[in-house]
Write a protein that binds this ligand. Structure first.
Ligand SMILES: Cc1cc2nc3c(=O)[nH]c(=O)nc-3n(C[C@H](O)[C@H](O)[C@H](O)COP(=O)(O)OP(=O)(O)OC[C@H]3O[C@@H](n4cnc5c(N)ncnc54)[C@H](O)[C@@H]3O)c2cc1C
Length: 94
């Protein structure tokens, strides 16, 4: 079966879904995702949008908080990469 769409969005977490909402008025959108549509980091985020903004907050505290919230299912190296490397490059687009 073939589908013709204007936007192919990979991932059904907050990034993919917010992008899909933004472009929905400009054409046909298809969201492609792995396994269960609700599976991903987004459903485990419990504290609103969190970011390290100033002292005494720190990346170490956010990493520890995420690992506790993940209750053993987080890959620590991915949490560190996403919070410290990607987080430093991040922008909030609402
Ligand atoms: C336990 C935990 C607690 C957290 N708490 C907070 C918090 O309080 N505040 C905060 O700001 N952030 C928190 N975070 C971080 C936050 O959840 C993530 O930064 C955010 O949800 C990332 O969104 P995303 O859309 O980029 O990724 P995800 O929500 O992970 O979505 C990725 C999507 O891509 C899909 N996908 C992956 N690989 C493929 C593939 N090969 N092909 C197709 N689809 C694929 C997945 O199925 C999923 O739908 C937490 C993270 C965790 C794990």
């Amino acid at each position: 079966m073939r589908y013709k769409v204007d936007f192919l969005v990979v991932g059904s977490g907050i990034a993919g879904l917010s992008y899909a909402l933004k472009v929905a008025g400009h054409g046909k959108v298809c969201i492609l995702t792995k396994a269960d549509a609700s599976e991903g980091s987004t459903k485990y985020a419990q504290g609103g949008i969190a970011a390290v903004m100033y002292d005494p907050d720190s990346y170490e505290k956010h990493i520890a908080d995420t690992l506790v919230a993940g209750d053993g299912i987080c890959d620590e190296s991915v949490v560190i990469r996403d919070l410290v490397v990607v987080g430093r490059q991040g922008r909030i687009v609402l």
